[in-house]
Design a protein around this ligand. Structure first.
Ligand code: NAD
Length: 249
């Protein structure tokens, strides 16, 4: 029996990268999954590919604008209508930045906060009453190792991930009484499309600085989500779990 048998999950940013690995891992462990993508076409494409791999996969795709609370609330209600409940929310959608403060368009800073922070709050706010009425649930946020170290450019990104940790710890304290656990996973450099597109020398140089000697795989990050989503993590809340091969900056 899978670790998430009978559970219903929402995964934001579930169309590729770490999010898609989370969706696959949740499906493998027996959950029903609603993946949220940024566009309906990419969400539908991801669902079609997952169903081509396994025709019985219980997966649907939606594309609410995560920066609009109204759209998020509607999409979450639709998931509840489709699957009957919501047990797990993986707040994974995110964008990063590299701009120096000298070139940083204030609008770009705002956009990153809107998606990486506000959307996490919106999705959590929309699922919390459903989880409370059901007797509990698990919210897991994709933070980053930069939420420990900061980053020497693109300051909106680390700022957003420090905020994600703050929201994680605060909601864990607030929602504990409703048996809703809230945790964050902090990946290090992970082999998603962006890393896969880098020249081998650069990936080798990054890998040499990591004690485990390599970058992480999306599936290794997804395994942490499975554990935190499962009943095996029933006393774990407010945690920030690094999955970074002991990266030190
Ligand atoms: P990715 O770019 O491959 O995927 C990002 C996902 O977010 C996609 O599914 C995309 O559809 C979604 N998304 C982007 N903009 C959106 C929007 N406006 N509305 C809705 N969805 C949107 O990136 P990834 O590397 O898989 O990143 C996933 C998460 O992991 C992010 O929160 C990122 O900050 C975090 N992270 C990644 C790494 C890494 O090395 N890849 C390291 C630490 C943390």
């Amino acid at each position: 029996m899978g670790m998430l048998e009978g559970k219903v999950a929402i995964v934001t940013g579930g169309t590729r990268g770490i999010g898609l690995a989370i969706v696959k891992a949740f499906l493998e462990e027996g959950a029903s999954v609603a993946l949220f993508g940024s566009r309906k076409e990419t969400a539908d494409k991801a669902v079609a590919e997952l169903k081509a791999e396994n025709a019985d996969a219980k997966v649907v795709g939606l594309a609410p604008d995560l920066t609009s609370y109204e759209e998020v609330e509607k999409a979450v209600a639709q998931v509840k209508e489709t699957f009957g409940k919501v047990d797990i929310l993986a707040n994974n959608a995110g964008i990063s930045a590299r701009e120096s403060i000298y070139d940083y368009d204030p609008k770009a800073f705002e956009n990153i906060i809107n998606l990486n922070v506000n959307a996490v709050f919106y999705c959590s706010k929309a699922v919390a009453p459903i989880m409370k009425a059901q007797g509990g649930g698990s919210i897991i946020n994709t933070s980053s190792m930069v939420s420990i170290y900061g980053q020497a450019s693109g300051s909106g990104y680390p700022t957003s991930k420090f905020a994600v940790n703050g929201l994680t710890k605060s909601l864990a304290r607030e929602l504990g009484k409703d048996n809703i656990r809230v945790n964050a996973v902090l990946p290090g450099v992970t082999r998603t499309d962006m890393v896969a597109a880098l020249p081998k020398e650069i990936v080798d140089r990054i890998s040499a600085t990591i004690p485990l000697g390599r970058v992480g795989e999306p599936e290794e990050v997804a395994n942490a989500f499975v554990f935190l989503a499962s009943d095996k993590a029933s006393y774990i809340t407010g945690a920030t779990l690094t999955v970074d091969g002991a990266t030190q900056v």
